[in-house]
Design a protein around this ligand. Structure first.
Ligand code: NAP
Length: 301
């Protein structure tokens, strides 16, 4: 069977696109390698998405997934390995086999950036975490460290400060990138100690669990966990052979969200753009879907 549109990724941009495409009558398939909602599942508090005064990331993910189910949007949990471009169709190779479509929309988003320390990958889930919401409760009344200086690091440090005994917040510069309102809340917290101009230079483990971290090669802090919030990198590696990526791994698109390969679109956190917010990701998905719907209808008439 050939689909009209395959959407890769069931985060907020992919699902927003899926809702419009399904409602328009296109034959669509959505693919997700992990959990619907994507990075949303790691966000403890959202208070800038219209319609919700405040909602947790997992609750918003569930709302999105409920829409997928209510609209009977077909989806599969499968990892995309490659997209092959043939004359009038695209073949999406996945861990569950190959699927064909006329249009493809890449909405595979981003994943957490790593510090690049030697034992970091080994200790992921053993003291190193990229999700305070998922793992914070494991460290109740313990001392932990958070690395980063953007909105994510500050928001998640604030969340953790109500659970753990003490937080060492480590930031590599003298000023935070995060919004002033968050920094103000941070400065009011009594159990957060901030280390400016500081980098984690090593992680010391014992029995395969985080025991200590060293900052600037000189100061050792005993911590039960290290939460890294140092930004994100696009998870687009399955298109690397299509020559669509810029030097930072983001996909370049035109004003219609179409890549330089006709029929392949990209949206949300996968693309090179200025503002990465939930609402702008949803916007990208909807605009791209409408462009595809219009083209597809013209072709069929
Ligand atoms: P970000 O804004 O890119 O900030 C990443 C932080 O990590 C920066 O402070 C950066 O330091 C630091 N960093 C990067 N690489 C590092 C390394 N190797 N070692 C140590 N520190 C490193 O990422 P984010 O905070 O995850 O936010 C991503 C996007 O989502 C942003 O656009 C943000 O505004 C948005 N967001 C919005 C909200 C909200 O609106 N409430 C909440 C969360 C996220 P430098 O500052 O020195 O570069």
């Amino acid at each position: 069977m050939q689909y009209d549109l395959i959407i890769i990724g069931m985060g907020i941009s992919g699902i927003s696109a899926g809702i419009y495409a399904k409602n328009s009558g296109l034959k669509i398939l959505m693919l997700e390698k992990n959990m619907p909602g994507g990075l949303l599942n790691k966000i403890s508090k959202i208070n800038n998405y219209p319609g919700y005064r405040e909602i947790t990331g997992p609750d918003l993910s569930l709302e999105l997934f409920n829409s997928v189910n209510e609209l009977n949007i077909p989806y599969k949990i499968a990892e995309v390995e490659e997209i092959k471009v043939e004359k009038n169709k695209k073949i999406v190779k996945t861990t569950l086999g190959e699927f064909e479509s006329k249009y493809v929309m890449i909405a595979s988003g981003r994943e957490s950036r790593k510090l690049g320390l030697p034992n970091e990958t080994k200790l992921l889930g053993r003291g190193i975490s990229t999700c305070a919401l998922c793992d914070g409760a494991l460290y109740k009344d313990k001392e932990v460290a958070v690395v980063g200086g953007g909105n994510s690091a500050i928001e998640e440090a604030l969340y953790l400060s109500n659970i753990v005994k003490k937080i060492y917040l480590i930031h590599r510069r003298e000023t935070f990138r995060a919004d002033a309102s968050l920094v103000k809340l941070l400065n009011e917290k009594k159990n957060i100690e901030i280390f400016y101009n500081s980098e984690v230079t090593s992680i010391i483990d014992e029995e395969n669990k985080v025991k200590e971290i060293v900052i600037n090669k000189e100061k050792t802090l005993e911590v039960s966990a290290l939460f890294t919030y140092i930004g994100f990198e696009p998870s687009n590696s399955f298109v690397k052979d299509l020559n669509l990526l810029n030097e930072n791994g983001y996909i370049e698109v035109d004003e219609n969200y179409e890549t330089k390969i006709k029929g392949i679109y990209a949206v949300g956190d996968s693309i090179k753009k200025d503002i990465y917010q939930l609402i702008t990701a949803a916007n990208d998905g909807v605009v791209a879907a409408i462009r595809i719907i219009r083209k597809s209808k013209k072709e069929k008439n």
